[in-house]
Design a protein. Structure first.
Length: 316
């Protein structure tokens, strides 16, 4: 049941994310993996506007190519709006317009940010006044990264990545993102990691992609570096188990990682399932220098900082 609805468009902004640490457990019987990840929301945003409508529709603009995005009920933002409508008993629909800037299928949670934005926008548009816990539960139902897109900041994710606990991060960390001209399927990357692990077991040795013994955890060095606000410490602690699989599926990423470090990055890693690569730098100034150098090398490079806040309504 709605409480108070508005005929005005609701504007919501949601951040993309970097997985600055990610350990992936063994494949479970249900076909999923437990993970332990450190998320950081960064200053690359999706802007969503929601209007009242009789139907559920979505349209796209933005700085990324959106021609391949589904605009039907399979779209994650539409799924989020429909889920909220069913949960709250809203009889109408919504028209969503999404101005996209987070790379599509890039390992930065752009689709999850859209879903989080749709939940917040529709809650405001329809006046459903759902609690944060209710929104979080719906977010977790939509996907592992959606709850973090709601909360933003820096957080540790466990389970499927949706069980969140805040992590203290002092100051601001500066990253240079290099955006690929192709995407990687998250299920395909996980499947490739499983294949790599099977191959290593067949040789009788544990390689760098081996699953952790027991439940995966975030290394204490990561939390210490975040609390200290020290990019050099963090550079030594970053890790992503999925990077092994992403490099197998997109071998050119290895050359890119070497290039970024040779041009001054403290470290580089594939974000999430990739193929976006995130380079950590010492300061805003060094990030700008790296961005310029990578752009000169004909790479699409963006300077972002984090942590930033989660999904929020934009007024004015």
């Amino acid at each position: 049941m709605t409480i108070a609805a508005t005929d005005e468009a609701v504007h919501v902004r949601a951040p993309g994310k970097i997985n600055l640490f990610m350990r992936v457990g063994e494949l479970d019987a249900d076909g999923y993996h437990d993970v332990a990840t450190a998320y950081q929301a960064v200053s690359l945003y999706e802007d969503l506007r929601a209007w009242p409508s009789d139907e559920f529709t979505v349209a796209f603009t933005g700085s990324v190519d959106t021609t391949g995005l589904p605009a039907d009920r399979t779209n994650l933002a539409i799924r989020a709006a429909r889920l909220l409508a069913r949960t709250a008993g809203v009889p109408g629909g919504v028209h969503l317009e999404i101005d996209k800037h987070v790379p599509i299928a890039g390992g930065m949670g752009g689709g999850s940010a859209d879903a989080a934005a749709a939940l917040v926008a529709c809650d405001a548009l329809w006046g459903t006044a759902l609690s944060k816990d209710d929104l979080h539960a719906m977010a977790a139902e939509l996907g592992a990264d959606v709850p973090f897109a709601l909360t933003g900041g820096t957080a540790i994710g466990t389970g499927r990545g949706d069980r969140l606990s805040p992590a203290l991060a002092t100051g601001s960390f500066h990253w240079v993102l290099v955006v690929a001209d192709h995407g990687l399927s998250t299920p395909a990357v996980y499947a490739e990691l499983d294949r790599i692990r099977e191959e290593q077991l067949g040789t009788g040795r544990r390689g760098p992609a081996a699953a952790p013994a027991g439940s995966p955890v975030v290394d204490p060095e990561v939390l210490h570096a975040l609390r200290a606000g020290d990019p050099e410490l963090l550079a030594r602690a970053v890790r992503n188990d999925l990077q092994h699989a992403a490099l197998r599926l997109a071998p050119d990423l290895a050359e890119l990682l070497d290039l970024g470090v040779s041009l001054g990055a403290l470290s580089g890693l594939v974000s999430g399932s990739g193929p976006t690569v995130a380079f950590l730098t010492e300061s805003a100034e060094s990030a700008i220098e790296l961005q310029v150098a990578l752009s000169a090398a004909r790479r699409t490079a963006l300077h972002v900082h984090g942590p930033v806040g989660g999904t929020r309504i934009v007024h004015g």
